[in-house]
Write a protein that binds this ligand. Structure first.
Ligand code: UD1
Ligand code: CA
Length: 425
């Protein structure tokens, strides 16, 4: 098993936020969460070290409450990426094995790529492997300097690069795999004689060459994977990139998505074949959607939702923590939360499950059994159960359980006063 180091101590000034940069979210998951998950999903690492600095407490809190195999290490002050990695020295004094180093602000890196990267490093018997990428506009990145035999010589940062070096399009993606026992001494020897006066992690490449180590680069296939978040506009762009990736997968799996540009589907949502997702639908959190369902347009699925086959969720319908069995329809203007709904149920337009009591702050459950029909504009005040086949008349407020095949109706009787308008004139 190897270990990972994830750098997350930097400031993130350009986010213009009170929140630490790596705790910003895409589909309710933090940027740092994506990176840790990508590493964990490789099943190659047994321990992750997260280097924290700016707003450390909040990041520590997040890591502690979400990841049992991750440990935060404080870097203060932040003297550069090389200094950041050196923070693990006291913890890994006697460790023999590989370490992958990543940044906490590149959420789109995939576990497939990380696996391939580590595989490359191992097969190649390298001591240091850096991930590189070919960018048409390499501005701002460290450039990969190759020797005449095409092996990697060093990395030169934009601010230290000569005009000739700046024209190099192969950049440092900021992900490394290193044989720890061979490279750890580099971290006590790094210097700050560079344009930024920092300890550069990138200098381990030159150090490796000077110390007879095997240094190599693995070139990334999909540049989107190392897209870094520095601003809210980067965050929006990354959100789109991730969404496009997810939608592509669903389209390949036989899901019809009418308008990929206005459809948002979280990574933790599974959808079965022949389901159609209509435009302007937003699906977040963990959900399981069956076959032949119709979702949207303008539907909002908020997580914890399980839809069996042939379920219709129509326009302006919001569903949260709800299970719906097959052939049930909720086609218009409805909120279904904390509910269990049977099959062949019709939920009329404007139905609301009143699941939240603002006084006790408790949420309660609504159970609707098979074949129930709920009339339009009804409020089901939870906890409540509507048993099989019962009907609820339109505009009813249901505060008690309704027995099977009964009709429940709370509507005031219709009053017609003939010629009322003429009398008023
Ligand atoms: C770094 C690389 C550059 C590469 C680029 C890829 C160095 C010297 N340069 O540049 O070659 O092309 O990443 O994105 O490494 N961090 C700390 N502590 C510090 C400084 C930084 O934890 O003291 C963290 C940051 O939070 C960030 C990561 O390290 O997650 C990278 O730091 P950043 O300053 O963004 O590096 P770049 O200048 O982009
Ligand atoms: Ca920097």
């Amino acid at each position: 098993m190897l270990k990972s180091i994830i750098l997350a101590a930097g400031k993130g000034t350009r986010m213009k936020s009170e929140k630490p940069k790596v705790l910003h979210e895409i589909f309710n998951k933090t940027l740092l969460g994506y990176v840790i998950d990508a590493v964990n999903n490789t099943k190659l690492a047994d321990e992750n070290f997260i280097i924290v600095g700016h707003q450390a407490e909040q990041v520590e809190e997040f890591v502690k409450s979400n990841y049992s195999n991750a440990k935060t290490i404080l870097q203060s002050p932040q003297l550069g990426t090389g200094h950041a990695v050196s923070m693990v020295l006291p913890y890994l004094n006697n460790y023999y094995g590989n370490i992958i180093i990543l940044c906490g602000d590149t959420p789109l890196i995939t576990s497939e790529t990380l696996k391939e990267f580590v595989e490359f490093h191992k097969n190649n018997n390298s001591d240091i492997t850096v991930m590189s990428a070919i960018f048409d506009s390499p501005f701002g990145y460290g450039r990969i300097i190759r020797k005449s035999d095409n092996t990697v010589d060093s990395i030169v940062e934009e601010k230290d690069a000569s005009p000739e070096q700046k024209s190099i399009k192969e950049i440092n993606a900021g992900i490394y795999c290193i044989k720890w026992e061979k490279v750890k001494n580099a971290f006590t020897e790094l210097q700050t004689n560079n344009a930024q006066g920092e300890y550069y992690l990138t200098d381990i490449i030159k150090w490796g060459n000077n110390n007879g180590l095997k240094v190599d680069a693995y070139t990334l296939k999909d540049n989107e994977e190392i897209y870094g978040i520095n601003s809210k506009s980067n965050l929006a762009e990354a959100f789109k990139m991730l969404n496009r990736r997810i939608i592509k997968k669903h389209l390949e799996n036989g899901i019809t998505i009418i308008d990929p540009d206005t459809t948002w589907i979280s990574p933790e949502t599974s959808i079965d074949t022949d389901t159609i997702i209509y435009p302007s639908t937003y699906i977040e959190g963990e959900n399981k959607i069956g076959r032949n369902c119709k979702i949207g347009p303008f539907a909002h699925i908020r997580g914890g939702v399980i839809l069996e086959d042939y379920v219709k969720i129509g326009n302006f319908v919001e569903v949260k923590k709800t299970t719906i069995k097959s052939n049930t329809n909720a086609c218009h203007l409805t909120y279904l939360g904390d509910s269990e709904i049977g099959s062949h149920v019709n939920i009329g337009a404007g139905t609301i499950t009143a699941n939240y009591n603002p006084l006790t702050k408790e949420k309660s459950k609504t159970v609707i059994e098979d074949d129930v029909k709920i009339g339009s504009n009804s409020v089901l005040v939870a906890p409540v159960k509507i048993e099989q086949g019962a009907n609820v008349g339109a505009l009813s407020v249901i505060t008690k359980d309704i027995s099977s095949w009964a009709l429940a109706i709370t509507r005031t009787p219709l009053k017609i006063i003939e010629n009322w308008v003429k009398m008023k004139k």
